[in-house]
Design a protein around this ligand. Structure first.
Ligand code: PMV
Length: 315
């Protein structure tokens, strides 16, 4: 059997995080500068059934059989093996690497799952449809995030801008005008799972208040979809700022995020907000490309740990 390597991109949520967990739409785009990679190679000298899993970023180099059922990488591998019932599985080495920062809202867990699922199924001579890859990756996301909406595994599997809504068919966005985005990391990490769980506790205490915030977010996401497709930069910027205000009311922002958001706006960004689970992690800003250097500099001066500029081109 020949070695197989598969990649999957990172992602960023532009609009609608958190509210998406409560059934509202959200918009996300792939970030191809960042990649998770899974390489599966045969181990011809080993007995069938031996699977060595290596993920240096999380200090893992073990036999699959030594990992518990709920270890996400092991779960991803076992799901694929379960699909194909390859008995006995040829001995193999699965090596996972990633340039996507962990726990920063850039889809690292979903990208790793998608890369593993694609590489292993292909190594075993099977082809999985995007829908099947997405569904398997969603099962792994549940181990990481508890009650994920499914947006990460979806945008990463299809590698296209999407408007995602739970239990609705996927809407792929056809972008007519390019837009430029800056993504900056606060360096503060809070697990998405914790942010989602804490917001749920607040929601349970005041369901009407939070439902009204989620509904307002959903409405602005629908408007943002049109603006994004048509390239209405000015209104998109206003919607980003409005989304940030609503997320702050949900108490998922963080002083480190607020600092970077202000720095980007003061340096001329069209609009800015947190992206992903919040409580730290990343912020995004919509920019005019001519201002890229100034805004990147301002974010670095304000303490950003990593700044990426990405273009969302016509699709
Ligand atoms: O932190 P991220 O980018 O992985 O995304 C979290 C997005 C939430 O809406 C907060 C949770 C979810 O499952 O959609």
């Amino acid at each position: 059997m020949a070695a197989v390597t598969k990649h999957a991109p990172g992602k960023i949520i532009l609009f609608g995080e958190h509210a998406v967990v409560y059934g509202q739409p959200a918009i996300a785009i792939p970030v191809s500068q960042l990649q998770a990679t899974a390489r599966v190679t045969p181990l011809p000298d080993e007995l069938p059934g031996r699977i060595r899993l290596e993920a240096a970023d999380i200090h893992l180099d073990v036999d699959l059989s030594d990992l518990p059922a709920d270890q996400p990488l092991a779960f991803a591998i076992r799901q694929v093996l379960g699909q194909f019932g390859a008995e006995p599985t040829p001995a193999l080495h699965c090596k996972v690497t990633s340039t996507i920062p962990i726990g920063a809202g850039m889809g690292s867990s979903a990208a790793i799952s998608v890369a593993i699922i694609r590489a292993l199924s292909s190594f075993l001579g099977q082809s999985l449809s995007n829908d099947a890859v997405c569904a398997l990756a969603f099962e792994v996301e549940k181990l990481y995030h508890g009650t994920p909406s499914g947006i990460d595994n979806t945008v990463i599997t299809y590698e296209q801008p999407v408007m995602f809504q739970k239990e609705q068919s996927l809407q792929r966005l056809s972008i007519q005008q390019p837009t430029w985005w800056v993504i900056a990391d606060t360096g503060v990490t809070t697990p998405t799972r914790q942010m989602v769980a804490e917001l749920y506790q607040r929601y349970e205490k005041e369901p009407e208040f939070y439902t009204s915030l989620f509904t307002a977010i959903g409405n602005l996401v629908r408007e943002a979809q049109t603006c994004l497709v048509q390239g209405d930069i000015v209104r998109l910027g206003e919607l980003l700022d409005l989304n940030q205000t609503l997320l702050a009311k949900c108490q998922v922002s963080h002083p480190a995020l607020e600092k970077l958001i202000s720095a980007a706006r003061n340096a001329g960004a069209v609009g800015a907000k947190l992206s992903g689970g919040g409580g730290g992690g990343n912020m995004i800003a919509l920019i005019n490309p001519s201002q890229s250097e100034t805004i990147v500099g301002a974010l670095q001066a304000a303490g950003a740990k990593r700044v990426i500029v990405t273009a969302l081109k016509g699709t």
